[in-house]
Design a protein around this ligand. Structure first.
Ligand code: ADP
Length: 728
């Protein structure tokens, strides 16, 4: 059998087999489908050549000869389409144009192939030109795209890909030469088949996912093809072209050598071409593992900088962490020359906004885009990018990455710089993964800190409560002793001097004050749960008002109670609710003291609009109101503006109300005194047999309301320093 016949047969069978094995797979992506079409096209091309050689007259103008031409015309189209599955959007557009041009030319050539003109050498030359223009065009598109990408590493990789593609096109060249009457040994067929086989392997494994992978594989493939083609050439030389055994022996040799050769060549190429990238990936993976175990914020910077230093790829690195008030970022750790140690958020806003949008910003990309905006005269965009670039340069960084919580809160910035080089897109992708891991570590360390803090505070609280107990016991004895000495001195002027008596009074007063502080503190630190049960808030208010009546009267103040109708009961310990109201009323009386006839109003009303229903108790006074400075920390323990105050009344009230599921808030519109609003949820119906809370009001001054007597009108009770008597 003639050598071209043999190689055509083998090539047709191998191509179709490869195509079928991919196309028959149940799960295939666009690249697998395109590869299947490409291999089918090639198979048909070789098959028609075989048939033409076997059955035709040798001129190439028979039926199969023409079909062979048709598949030859279609082949570049299949290649360009396959290429498109791997290039990015921008390059795609260019290839699309190329695709359309090639398609137009192909149609013309196909039409010509059907006419007697196809035998003309001009047609054949046009065909050859078209094939290489189409392939060359695709490669040029990749090269131009490579010149435009932002990262120089990425650009180098693309150019490399184009070079490999060029080599592949060169391999295909000898296959087309017979069309213009040139005959070469069938080396091209072997090379094309090897390319096809290796591409098939990559496509089947769905591993041609990134450019790095594609370029790496193409490099392996080229080296392999040359090695195997050299072997084949040797065989042909030794055995002679006409040997029948030659293709069989060649196939056997190829089969035997293929796997070991492939892994060797692949390892070598990885080492030579992608060593940096492999090391980089290893560094980042190791770092991610180490960062995952970090529990203290301080350790994070140390772990990161150590890892960067070990890799030797990073000339500079810095970790910035947001300050408590989120207004600035402070340097937590750095590698290389010390960068800015403090970064105010306001001036760095353009950079931070960009980071918020993209997650990372590279200096190289920013400068390129800035140049683009300048060329197009887009001044505002250029201005912003200039500020971004300045921010990056100030930090001495090539890539800045944001460390954010899940909710988007900025925890900090990770900045890295490479003295000699920039980072490629996939390296930036790896860095982004590291930044994400670092953000998780920061979140975890904050939680950990909070837990520690809580435990510490709980222990401190226990100790303080114990201490307060110890202080309270001797206070009683001191007071009793002081009073005894005071009494034993008899009436003033008898024995003792006025100064001594005064001292004794001071002792008793101060002991009382200390007792109040300690008692309040103990109540606050360990409030009893009480006995929460459905309670009539109006009833509790009436009782409390009665208690405050004498004090109001001496002060000349007037307290009015406004009680709404049909109040639902609230679930709270009645004594604790009374305590809350007492605190609020005491504060109100103190606020109106010395301001003529102070007016205090207590309102108890249902909040029907709220669901579930609530009861509101409002205590309003016409005192001086609460200053803004005090209002912001009103419920913080020990905050007081009074000489003899403890600053615990409101804090304790808030604790009681929150424990009952309610809220307490203060309002103080300018010049209108202060109003405290306590909101308590109504007790659910099942747990509030009406009689239970109604009965609890028996024995108090105001008679329980009957539905008939109270409906439709608000009742006004007044406890007053003047002679006003509560009306039924
Ligand atoms: P104390 O009364 O012992 O100071 P509180 O916790 O009850 O402690 O109150 C804290 C502070 O809140 C008071 O010192 C006072 O400045 C302010 N305050 C509370 N109630 C009023 C009010 N009705 N009018 C003006 N200021 C008030």
């Amino acid at each position: 059998m003639e050598i071209r016949l043999q190689t055509s047969l083998i090539a047709a069978l191998v191509s179709v087999a490869l195509a079928v094995s991919v196309l028959l797979r149940t799960r295939r992506g666009p690249e697998q489908r395109l590869f299947g079409l490409l291999a089918l096209n090639l198979g048909a091309w070789y098959l028609t050549r075989l048939l033409e050689l076997a059955l035709g007259d040798g001129t190439g103008s028979g039926f199969f000869g023409r079909l062979h031409l048709v598949f030859g015309v279609l082949f570049p189209l299949s290649i360009v389409r396959f290429f498109r599955a791997f290039v990015a959007e921008e390059a795609m557009r260019r290839i699309q144009r190329l695709n359309r041009a090639a398609l137009g030319l192909a149609v013309v050539l196909l039409v010509l192939a059907a006419t007697p003109l196809h035998e003309h050498i001009a047609f054949r030359t046009a065909l050859l030109t078209y094939v290489f223009l189409a392939l060359g065009g695709a490669l040029v598109a990749v090269v131009r795209w490579g010149r435009q990408v932002e990262s120089s590493q990425e650009s180098r990789r693309l150019l490399f890909l184009a070079a490999i593609g060029g080599l592949a096109a060169l391999f295909a060249l000898p296959e087309y030469l017979p069309a213009v009457g040139l005959e070469l040994p069938p080396l091209g067929t072997v090379l094309v088949l090897l390319f096809l086989y290796l591409l098939h392997q990559s496509v089947l494994g769905s591993r041609l996912i990134d450019l790095y992978e594609l370029a790496g594989r193409l490099a392996v493939l080229t080296a392999l093809s040359f090695t195997l083609a050299g072997l084949l050439w040797l065989l042909v030389r030794v055995a002679g072209e006409t040997s029948f055994l030659q293709p069989v022996v060649a196939s056997l040799v190829v089969l035997l050598l293929f796997d070991p050769l492939r892994s060797r060549v692949s390892a070598q190429i990885q080492r030579l071409l992608f060593r940096d990238r492999v090391l980089f990936e290893r560094t980042i993976t190791n770092l991610r593992r180490r960062v995952a175990h970090v529990l203290e914020v301080d350790d994070l910077a140390a772990v990161l900088m150590e890892g960067f230093a070990e890799s030797r790829r990073f000339a500079r690195a810095a970790l910035y962490l947001a300050t408590e008030d989120r207004r600035a970022l402070d340097l937590a750790g750095a590698l290389g020359p010390t960068p800015l140690t403090h970064l105010e958020v306001a001036p760095a806003r353009p950079l931070l906004q960009r980071l918020e949008r993209d997650g990372q910003v590279t200096l190289e990309g920013t400068l390129r885009r800035l140049e683009g905006h300048r060329v197009r005269g887009e001044d505002r965009a250029a201005e912003t990018l200039y500020e971004v670039a300045q921010g990056l340069e100030a930090m001495g960084t090539s890539v800045a990455l944001a460390l954010r919580s899940d909710e988007g809160e900025l925890y900090g910035l990770l900045c890295v710089g490479d003295a000699s080089d920039s980072f490629s897109d996939d390296e930036v992708g790896l860095l982004r993964g590291l930044a994400m891991q670092a953000a998780i570590a920061l979140e975890n360390s904050r939680l950990f800190q909070r837990l520690n803090e809580r435990d510490r505070l709980a222990a401190l609280g226990e100790m303080a409560a114990g201490l307060a107990h110890e202080v309270r016991n001797p206070l009683g004895a001191i007071k009793a002793a002081a009073q005894y000495v005071e009494a034993s001195q008899g009436s003033p002027g008898e024995h003792a001097g006025g100064a001594e008596r005064e001292m004794l009074e001071v002792i008793v007063e101060e002991v009382d004050r200390l007792g109040r502080v300690v008692g309040g503190f103990l109540d606050y630190a360990k409030p009893g749960r009480g006995d929460p049960s459905p309670v009539d808030a109006g009833e509790v208010a009436r009782r409390t008002l009665k208690l405050m009546e004498p004090q109001a009267r001496t002060q000349g103040a007037r307290i009015t109670l406004v009680e709404g109708d049909a109040l639902p009961p609230v679930r709270i310990d009645a004594e604790q609710l009374k305590q809350v109201l007492l605190n609020l009323l005491r504060n109100a009386l103190q606020a109106v003291e010395g301001r003529g006839e102070g007016a205090i109003t207590v309102e108890v009303a249902g909040v029907p609009a709220a669901e579930p229903r609530h009861v509101e108790l409002r205590v309003r006074d016409d005192g001086p109101g609460i200053s803004a400075a005090v209002r912001s920390k009103l419920f913080v323990p020990f905050v007081t503006t009074k000489d003899d105050g403890t600053g615990l009344g409101l804090a304790l009230s808030q604790r009681i109300v929150s424990a009952a599921g309610g809220t307490i808030e203060a309002r103080s519109p300018r010049g209108q005194g202060a109003t405290f609003v306590v909101r308590l949820p109504a007790a659910s119906r099942e747990s509030s047999p009406g009689s239970a809370w109604a009965a609890s009001s028996a024995g108090t001054a105001a008679a329980p309301r009957t539905a008939a007597g109270a409906r439709g009108s608000a009742r006004r009770d007044a406890v007053a320093g003047a002679a006003e008597v509560p009306s039924g």
